[in-house]
Design a protein around this ligand. Structure first.
Ligand code: SF4
Length: 347
């Protein structure tokens, strides 16, 4: 037998394999079950971004390992860090209603799945996408763009909506029975819940919504950070965006004020060498970070005033604020900042 024939025979006998983009939510879980049901081998790729770290409390990604175990499939986690922030600064396809660059983000996810598909000699990719469920990335045009730009045309099967979409290679080649695929579209979850029941999924998770970048208040902070950073914010800057009240003091300086003990601890853990840390000296109050460059005594006083505003210090007289500057403790006496003055600086 020639080498080519031997290869063909090996390929013919190979168990078909799919790579699933698994989020831990219900839809991708169902998509995997529909494909496993067809006798296809499935491995999963889960994506973490600085804004969707399996720990947002929305209950999707948090369950991803649990879901993969439950499905009995291998899981590979891929973390996007700086390259994600670079994309976020100027996404080719723009933003959704917040700072969510869904099309570019999905492209990065598809590319990670594609890489794993090639590495593991899998045949196609599956996702839990449902046509018209999300406005920016789950419409025919967006799905087409994403496939086209990632070189995955015909290679991505969305089992839940497959009957509304052009047949994929897996269907054309007979690896998958198209008639067993779903015809779900839109935002109602009725059909997914019925499917979950059929698969015996106990307590299916609620719809998770998008990542943090779809949150309007958080998006404002991200936009501000992007606009005031020459290159891209650091991962530490992004972590800082997730806690406290934020104030834009000058184009190169911002202040972050903890809202409770837990946030104060997180803020302390995120302090960088060039930050100035502020706390009311004689009263209970927040831990604050003044971050940026070219701090003038004017901005430091302003930051100290805001720190006092959110402390138990009396609001009509001056009090002392403790500053930690490059490892040296200093003190400053200022009056608490006024309400309207403080609010005007809030991001
Ligand atoms: S909602 Fe967030 S994680 Fe989901 S595709 Fe959009 S940007 Fe990416």
């Amino acid at each position: 037998m020639s080498q080519q024939d031997a290869q063909k025979k090996a390929n013919d006998n190979k168990q078909p394999k799919a790579i699933a983009l698994l989020s831990g939510g219900l839809d991708s879980n169902l998509a995997v079950r529909m494909i496993l049901e067809q006798g296809i081998d499935v491995e999963a790729v889960a994506i973490k971004t600085p804004f969707c770290d399996f720990d947002c409390g929305k209950g999707c990604g948090h369950r991803v390992k649990e879901v993969a175990d439950d499905l009995g499939i291998k899981l590979k986690t891929v973390y996007f860090g700086e390259e994600y922030l670079r994309m976020l600064k100027k996404p080719k396809h723009g933003y959704g209603s917040g700072m969510n660059p869904c099309i570019d983000c999905r492209e990065m996810m598809y590319k990670a799945a594609k890489e794993h598909m090639e590495k593991t000699d899998a045949d196609f990719i599956i996702t839990g996408e449902v046509l018209f469920q999300r406005p920016m990335s789950q419409n025919n045009r967006a799905l087409h763009i994403i496939e086209d730009e990632t070189g995955l045309e015909g290679k991505v099967l969305r089992p839940l909506s497959a009957k509304h979409l052009p047949p994929t290679d897996a269907e054309k080649e007979g690896l998958i029975k198209r008639e067993s695929m779903g015809d779900i579209k839109g935002r109602s979850r009725k059909e997914q819940l019925a499917l979950a029941k059929r698969f015996g999924i106990q307590e299916p998770p609620n719809a998770a919504g998008g990542c943090l970048l779809t949150d309007p208040a958080f998006s404002k902070r991200v936009k501000d950070a992007m606009e005031h950073t020459d290159d891209i914010p650091t991962i530490n800057d992004i972590e800082l965006l997730k806690v406290g009240r934020h104030f834009r003091l000058t184009s190169s300086e911002k202040l972050v004020v903890g809202r409770n003990q837990e946030e104060n601890e997180i803020i302390k853990a995120l302090v960088q060498e060039t930050d100035i840390v502020l706390e009311a000296r004689d009263y209970t109050g927040p831990t604050c970070i003044l971050r940026g460059k070219n701090h003038s005594s004017f901005t430091i006083s302003k930051a100290a005033g805001i720190a006092l505003r959110y402390s138990d210090a009396p609001k009509d007289i001056s009090s002392k604020v403790k500053l930690m500057v490059a490892g040296n403790e200093q003190e400053l006496e200022v009056r608490p900042s006024g309400v309207s003055e403080t609010d005007a600086l809030r991001i």
